[in-house]
Design a protein around this ligand. Structure first.
Ligand code: FNR
Length: 186
């Protein structure tokens, strides 16, 4: 039997009631057969300091190991001031170092974003895509899961209730599974 596609997901928000964490929970719920999604909390990742690169903090080591073991990556990010939150950029920077030890190399990636605004985090996604180029992360171009007015689509229990958004997430995860399978092939 084919080994399951292992996806590592993380959100660019540390907030308990984060709309982006809700997107990740929906993804876990909606994962297609043959895919598992583990969610990693970026809360334990310390601020990157190049002086300390030689002694990698345990949380960064764990994060990098999980990235390496994963067949694909799933990021759900808010947009902060037209870009990605520092929490996400910092975690990405940590996992990309030291030079030559970029844990993200060649990984297929799916991006989602949720915002209370009308553009659904589009600008943050495009900034993130720029970073992916250098990291050699293979970000899917479509479908775009950008969720505007997300606070109206996620219910009081933190469940993504909007059927159209749920269907888009299913589409994205199926595409990610296909990319991960192709990437795995010798
Ligand atoms: C925001 N927010 C925001 N929204 C947006 O669409 N574009 C933006 O540039 C910003 N900028 C921004 C900066 C900062 C510092 C904060 C705290 C917030 C609003 C943002 O979409 C909203 O707070 C989301 O709920 C954040 O995502 P989580 O934490 O719910 O996942």
């Amino acid at each position: 039997m084919e080994k399951k596609i292992a996806v590592l997901g993380f959100a660019g928000s540390l907030r308990k009631d984060s709309l982006n964490k809700a997107l990740l929970r929906a993804a876990v719920e909606l994962a297609p057969a043959g895919m598992t999604i583990e969610v990693f909390d970026l809360g334990g990742i310390p601020l990157f300091n190049q002086d300390a690169e030689g002694a990698m903090p345990p949380a960064v080591r764990e994060f990098k190991e999980k990235i390496r073991k994963a067949d694909a990556i799933l990021i759900a990010t808010p947009e902060y001031n037209y870009s990605v939150p520092g929490v996400l950029k910092n975690a990405i920077d940590c996992a990309s170092r030291p030079y030559g030890d970029n844990a993200f190399d060649r990984k297929p990636l799916a991006i989602m974003s949720a915002s209370v605004g009308m553009l659904g985090g589009a600008r943050a996604q495009y900034h993130l895509r720029q970073t992916c180029v250098f990291l050699n992360l293979r970000a899917l171009n479509a479908p775009e899961v950008m969720v505007p007015a997300a606070h109206e689509k996620i219910d009081a229990a933190g469940r993504l209730a909007d059927e159209k958004t749920r269907a888009k997430i299913v589409e994205l995860l199926e595409k990610l599974a296909g990319e991960a399978r192709r990437n795995r092939a010798p």
